[in-house]
Ligand binder design. Sequence first.
Ligand code: ME8
Length: 641
Amino acid sequence: MENKGKYYITTAIAYASGKPHIGNTYEIIMADAIARYKRMLGYDVYFQTGTDEHGQKIEEKAKAEGISPKEFVDRQAAEIKRIWDLMNTSYDRFIRTTDEDHERQVKKIFKKLYDQGDIYKSEYEGWYCTPCESFWTDSQLVDGKCPDCGREVHKEKEESYFFKLSKYQKALEKYIEENDFIEPESRKNEMINNFLKPGLQDLCVSRTSFKWGIPVDFDPKHVVYVWIDALSNYITGLGYDVDGDHGDLYKKYWPADLHLIGKDIIRFHTLYWPIMLLALDVPLPKQVFGHPWMLVGEDKISKSRGNAIYADDLVKFFGVDAVRYYVLHEMPFAQDGTITWELVIERINSDLANVYGNLVNRTVAMTNKYFGGQLNKDFVSEALDEEFKGFILDSVKTVEAKMEQLRVGDSIEAIMEIFRRCNKYIDETAPWVLAKDEEKKARLNTVLYNLLEGIRIGAVLMEPFMPETSRKVFEQINTKQTSYDSLLSFGAYECNKVTEKPEALFGRLDPEKTMEEVHAYLGKREEKVEHKEAIEFADFEKVEMVVGQVLSCEKHPNADKILVFNVDFGYEKRQILSGVAAYYKPEELIGKKVIAVMNLKPRKIRGLDSNGMLLSAVKQKDGKEVLELLSSDMEVGSIVC
Ligand code: ME8
């Protein structure tokens, strides 16, 4: 096969702070599908993934467990790698930011940028979000919270190193304008309008408030900002060397053809990362694709809310390929996708069992029944066949065009259309009727040949997405014709003897029974909810909670999820906003006694003031969130302690 050149693809490196959920896992599966597809096309692919192991959050988590950060990340990285391997992902390197070669180069990168005047020392004061490890200015906060994750921020001041991003802004703008660097298009506009047009601020690139990071080697009380450290993995993993003594992989594969990442970290990859490279005089990556997010139902996946779904749990019930299929098929190109256990079951039944599995099973069974398992090339074609073959060959082109645009879900759908067309062909040709007439034997032979060839072509195309299933299909129909070149024309199938006893590729699931088993399993499984750190009694005592009674309650005019309460506490009345609109009608809350945190700093939510917070209890039940506002029979004005 013709060598199409090199292709270097990377995923984001996962935070080694917890177990990756199905959203994180989606990304490695998608990258794997693209990598496998490109290899099939004849590209020389290098595929890198790994773990992001430094930062304050990891330091804190390790401390809470009483182990060293290194012990903590060793365990987490092993768990992440286990899941990547379980999902049959074909990466070439699993880089860890604690790898010695990476750390050495990051120190050198920082020093080079400092020596050439791109990084300078100063003092920083700003709002800091610990989970995101990001500083924010007043104007960047949204309703007083982190604009990325919506969590609380706190003021922090520290001596820091800064990176003069503005120096490279013009060059970056030019690159973005002249290339298809940021995909999809909507994400490109976001970056231009929200960050480049207002002008890039200098970026704080070191920390002194914690230790778990790569030390700045000429000023070791500072550690390198985790994003400078993490982003560098894409070149250090290939053997980039600041002094120019690059490894062979770097020489061969850089610049990256594709950085596949989630939509929340586009800013880091399309602004800071290319600017780092411009400053290092390293060629820029060709494309950054910011994929959408996987939601559970309509909600963000959240470990603290306990709605997270994990790939290994899904695999226990449905197998690796069905899970790969679901996430790849269900995730749209630019909008968020959704997953629930019920939806996975539905999709397996409708597509994999009823269409794909059923087609292969009955075609192999008919080949056995009517021809002892082996066809010949004695063909009697009819007009219908040409349309059928044309459809299949066109589908090969559709898949290629869609994959070129990274529309993975659409590509899979085009392959499923091949299998649907085959099933329709069975209805149109009715092989069981042909079988009754000895004179129609050659026609029956042709029909089954066309079906086996359709299956073969579909399975070759499906291999990057469901490798193990394609392998089983090739085995069942007994073909060695599995290369991409074999799809150029219709008719490469060799007529070998098919398997005598075809095993079903996908069993049909009984939705109710399966869900019962899922609930029983999830109920028994160790609780995976992440708990917050222990706090001092003195900290708890700072919270003032009082019983109040709802005087009025109405919908927020600009936010669907929020209700606006007017609450009487006896000694004063207050307006408090609460995100409970999905669980209550406003009128049923009037007169209800509630418990409020009184001394939470006032904040604005979508234009309205909220002066306190109402307490509620929330739980995930059968895949849905159940919530209740906490109440008390005590008199209005009673202190809760
Ligand atoms: O961001 N659906 O790591 P991470 C789809 N360490 N993708 C999701 C998702 C969801 N619900 N939630 C997260 C980091 N992701 C950094 C990356 S790269 C130099 C450093 C994606 O473990 C997320 O957007 O939080 C990111 O691309 C990947 O999962 C890993 O997220």
